[in-house]
Design a protein around this ligand. Structure first.
Ligand code: KIV
Ligand code: ZN
Length: 511
C-alpha cells in the first residue's frame, strides 16, 4: 500500500461560490452526506462569515458529519475566525482554515499591506485560531505567483504559530506541472519543520492544468489534495476530485499513493452536484461524462468485446456505474426493486423505500421498461428533502399552433392547513402559460433565468427531466421534475424551485 493521501473537498465552499452553482441549506447538507459516503477526508463546508445562511449551513454540516473533518474558511481576521469557530465547535473533527495573500501583486493592490505586515498577520491569526482549535490550516493565497523566499518565511511563521496544514494554492491557475513540482520540492527543502505538518495543494483550472498540477505536487510530496466534484469552482473551476482520485487508483504503481475514497460513490456524487446546481457535465468530461465509457467506433467496440482492457483503463463499475442487464417493469416486485437500489448504491430507510416503490409502480405503468437512469432520476428528486409549501394537484393545458396557449393549474398550499388554489393564464406557449398560472397562485416576485428539458433515457416512452432556475434579487434557486409527460415535469420543476425559495427565505428570516 502506498503513502496515504488526504482528499480535501471544497465543493461546498470554492465550488459553491462560483457563478450558477449556489445551493440552499438542505442541498448543502445532502451534498455533505454524500461526501461522507464518498469518504473524503475533509469537507470544507463553507465560509461561515459570508452570510447568515452560510453560517447556518457550516454549523448544520459540522453537527451532521461524523466521519470527516469539517472545515470553515476564514480570512486572517479575528471576526472571521470567531465566526468559523462558532459554526464548527460541535464538529467531531473541526478545522479552522485561514488564509492571506502572499504575492506582491495581491499584497500591494488587494491587501495594501507590506510583506512584514502579512508575516505579522499570519503569526497572530494562526495563533488566534489555534486557541480555539488544534487543527488549523493556513493558506498562502496566490502562492504560485509569490516570491518563493517570502513564501518559505510565511509558512515557517504559520508552522511556528501552530498551523497543522500549510496549503499552497494556485489561486489563478497559473502554474505548470514541472514548475509546481519544483515549488513543492523547494518548500520541503527550505521550510524548517515542514515534515511535522501536512503539505496541501489547491489548484484552479484556468489553463486546464489543475489536475496535472495537483498530481505533480503529490509526486513532490504534497499529501493533502484540494478539489471539487465535477471540478466546479471559480472561473474555470478547481481540480476535479474524480479525476485526481481515479488517476491515483488507475496509475497506482506509478504514484504509489493511497486515499480512502470509495470510488463507487463517484458517479452518484457527480450526479447529485449536477442535479442540484443544474450545471451539467460535458459529455466528454473525464470519468463522469456520458461518453467516458462509451465506445463508438467499430474497431474500439470490437476490441472491448474481445477484451475490455483493450480500450478501457478502468471499469465503469469502479466509479459506481452499473452495467444493468436486468429489466424492471410493472410486474417486478418489491424485492427486485430493492435489490436494484442496493446495486445502484442507495441505502434507503423503510419509509423512503415505500415511497420510491410506489413511484416506481406508477412509472412502470406508463413505461414498459424501467432503466437504472429512470430510477436514479426518480430518487434524485427526493435526494434533497425540503418542505413542500406548494404541491401540484392537477393541471389542464390547451394549446396548438393556431390558438393562444391556456393553462389552468391547481396547487395545494400547505401552511398549517391545506388550501386548494386554482388559477388560469394564457402564455407564449404551454409551459409559459402554466408557469404564469403558478405565478398568480404563488404571488412572489422572481425571474425565470433558465429552463431546460432532457430525456432521461432513449425511446418514445422516455421520461423527461425538466430543470428550472429562478432568481430573486441575487439569489438563484434551482428546481427539477421528472415525468413521462414533459409538461408535468416542467410544472413540477417550477414548483420545486419555488418551494426551495420559500424554504430558504423562511430559514434566513429565522436567523
Ligand atoms: O484559490 C484560493 O486561493 C483559495 C484559498 C482561499 C484557499 O480558494
Ligand atoms: Zn480556490
Amino acid at each position: 500500500m502506498g503513502k496515504r493521501i488526504f482528499i480535501f473537498d471544497t465543493t461546498l465552499r470554492d465550488g459553491e461560490q462560483s457563478p450558477g452553482c449556489s445551493m440552499n441549506h438542505q442541498e448543502k447538507i445532502e451534498v455533505a452526506r454524500q461526501l461522507e459516503r464518498l469518504k473524503v477526508d475533509v469537507i470544507e463546508a463553507g465560509f461561515a462569515i459570508a452570510s447568515p445562511g452560510d453560517f447556518q449551513s457550516v454549523k448544520a454540516i459540522a453537527e451532521t458529519v461524523k466521519d470527516c473533518t469539517v472545515a470553515s474558511l476564514s480570512r486572517a481576521l479575528t471576526k472571521d475566525i470567531d465566526r468559523s469557530w462558532e459554526a464548527l465547535r460541535n464538529a467531531v473533527s473541526p478545522r479552522i482554515h485561514t488564509f492571506i495573500a502572499t504575492s506582491d501583486i495581491h499584497m500591494k493592490y488587494k491587501l495594501r499591506m507590506s510583506p512584514e505586515e502579512v508575516l505579522e498577520q499570519t503569526k497572530t491569526m494562526v495563533a488566534y485560531a489555534k486557541k480555539y482549535c488544534s487543527d488549523v490550516e493556513f493558506s498562502a493565497e496566490d502562492a504560485t505567483r509569490s516570491q518563493p523566499e517570502f513564501l518559505y518565511k510565511v509558512f515557517d511563521t504559520a508552522i511556528k504559530a501552530g498551523a497543522t496544514v500549510i496549503n499552497v494554492p494556485d489561486t489563478v491557475g497559473y502554474t505548470t506541472p514541472d514548475e509546481f513540482y519544483a515549488l513543492i520540492k523547494g518548500i520541503r527543502e527550505n521550510v524548517p519543520d515542514i515534515d511535522k505538518v501536512t503539505i496541501s495543494v489547491h489548484c484552479h483550472n484556468d489553463l486546464g492544468m489543475a489536475v496535472a498540477n495537483t498530481l505533480a505536487a503529490a509526486r513532490a510530496g504534497a499529501t493533502q489534495l484540494e478539489c471539487t466534484i465535477n471540478g466546479i469552482g471559480e472561473r474555470a473551476g478547481n481540480a476535479a476530485l474524480e479525476e485526481i482520485v481515479m488517476a491515483l487508483k488507475t496509475r497506482e504503481a506509478l504514484f504509489d499513493l493511497d486515499c480512502r475514497v470509495d470510488t463507487t460513490q463517484i458517479y452518484r456524487s457527480s450526479k447529485l452536484i449536477s442535479n442540484i446546481t443544474g450545471v451539467s457535465v460535458q459529455p466528454n468530461k473525464a470519468i463522469v461524462g456520458a461518453n467516458a465509457f462509451a465506445h463508438e467506433s467499430g474497431i474500439h467496440q470490437h476490441g472491448v468485446l474481445a477484451e475490455k482492457s483493450t480500450y478501457e483503463i478502468m471499469t465503469p463499475e469502479s466509479i459506481g456505474l452499473t452495467q444493468n442487464h436486468m429489466v424492471l417493469g410493472k410486474h417486478s416486485g418489491r424485492h427486485a426493486f430493492e435489490d436494484r437500489l442496493k446495486t445502484l448504491g442507495y441505502q434507503l430507510t423503510k419509509e423512503e423505500l415505500n415511497k420510491a416503490f410506489e413511484q416506481f409502480k406508477v412509472l412502470a405503468d406508463k413505461k414498459k421498461v424501467v432503466q437504472d437512469a429512470d430510477i436514479e432520476a426518480l430518487l434524485a428528486q427526493k435526494a434533497v428533502q425540503i418542505p413542500e409549501t406548494y404541491r401540484l394537484d392537477r393541471f389542464v393545458i390547451n394549446t396548438g399552433n393556431t390558438i393562444t396557449a391556456t393553462a389552468s393549474v391547481r396547487l395545494v398550499k400547505q401552511n398549517g392547513e391545506e388550501m386548494v388554489i386554482e388559477e388560469v393564464s394564457t402564455g407564449d406557449g404551454p409551459v409559459d402559460a402554466a408557469f404564469k398560472a403558478i405565478d398568480k397562485i404563488v404571488g412572489v416576485n422572481f425571474v425565470l433565468e433558465d429552463y431546460k428539458l432532457r430525456s432521461v433515457t432513449e425511446g418514445q416512452d422516455a421520461q423527461g427531466e425538466a430543470y428550472v432556475k429562478i432568481r430573486r434579487d441575487t439569489r438563484m434557486y434551482t428546481g427539477t421534475g421528472v415525468s413521462t409527460d414533459v409538461f408535468e415535469s416542467s410544472v413540477l420543476a417550477y414548483i420545486n424551485a419555488i418551494n426551495k425559495l420559500i424554504y430558504q427565505e423562511k430559514l434566513e428570516q429565522a436567523v
